[in-house]
Design a protein around this ligand. Structure first.
Ligand SMILES: C[S@@+](CC[C@H](N)C(=O)[O-])C[C@H]1O[C@@H](n2cnc3c(N)ncnc32)[C@H](O)[C@@H]1O
Length: 262
């Protein structure tokens, strides 16, 4: 049965990713490691990481595949996830590598702080949980399709950035049945298996179009209309790599936006 509310979908995701089999599979499968490596390489080309200064948030960090790839290029990383199993494995890996918690750690965030109806009070509680850090850069890789509302997620991530900080989101680009020209959702091919959608684990079965992602960045203040050029500024969109999902060849995009400096 598909979950009805965002609360139910967040719980479904937590239950799914809290299963030990899933955590181990995610961490060890070549496919996931390769994807993290390719996204990481693309991010290194887009953003100037600085190992002495950059503070990074890895949102929906999982077991830390993206964090581990980028760790040599940043000063510190905080991972955030809804699954305690994922977070435990992330932190175990950090401990095994002899890395200090100040440099890299993950935190499991209570479900209610990630609900779509997040208010200012929840935002503040989350900020406190993260030590009131304002991040230079936040990444969220291969996870947006799990979120009930990408607008709320983008707004939340924007609130955790310092002025002038950047958000990068990597996920699957939607594919049209009619050679990428169709705009209507009914013209799109489902990318994720039906079972994952019925179980409420995947909320965006069709992936995302550039327009959808851009809208969420604009609404979160991470992109805006440039009065002089009439163009959407502070927003970037690139294809980072290709992958096979559910038997279909898909693009993996990286969208980026900047929180306006003060
Ligand atoms: C496919 S994994 C991706 C993990 C990692 N970013 C990577 O690319 O290897 C999706 C992750 O999103 C987390 N997740 C799902 N819903 C979430 C939510 N509402 N808030 C935070 N994390 C969530 C899951 O627990 C899981 O670790």
């Amino acid at each position: 049965m598909r979950p009805r509310s965002s609360e139910q979908s967040i719980s479904a995701n937590k239950n799914y990713f809290d299963s030990r089999g899933i955590t181990q599979k995610h961490d060890e499968q070549h496919l996931h490691n390769e994807m993290a490596k390719r996204i990481g390489k693309a991010l290194l080309n887009i953003y100037s990481f600085d190992d002495e200064h950059t503070t990074m948030l890895d949102f929906a960090c999982g077991t830390g595949l993206n964090s581990r790839f980028l760790a040599p290029y940043v000063k510190s990383i905080i991972g955030v996830d809804i699954s305690q199993e994922m977070v435990d494995r992330y932190n175990k890996r950090v401990e095994n590598q002899g890395i200090s918690q100040e440099e890299m750690r993950a935190i499991c965030v209570p479900e209610e702080l990630l609900d779509t109806s997040i208010d200012q009070e929840s935002d503040n509680r989350l900020k406190k949980l993260l030590g009131d850090v304002e991040f230079d850069v936040a990444i969220c890789c291969m996870s947006y399709h799990h979120f009930p509302s990408i607008s709320s997620a983008t707004r939340l991530l924007s609130s955790l950035l310092r002025p002038g900080g950047y958000l990068y989101v990597a996920d699957v680009e939607s594919i049209s049945k009619a050679d990428h020209t169709g705009q209507s959702i009914t013209d799109l091919e489902p990318i994720f298996p039906d079972g994952a959608c019925d179980a409420g684990v995947v909320m965006h079965q069709y992936g995302f179009s550039e327009v959808q992602i851009k809208d969420s960045f604009v609404n979160a203040g991470l992109a805006g209309l440039d009065a002089e050029t009439g163009q959407i500024s502070r927003f970037t969109y690139d294809v980072a790599t290709r992958a096979f999902k559910n038997g279909k060849a898909v693009n993996i995009f990286i969208a980026g936006g900047m929180k306006p400096p003060l």
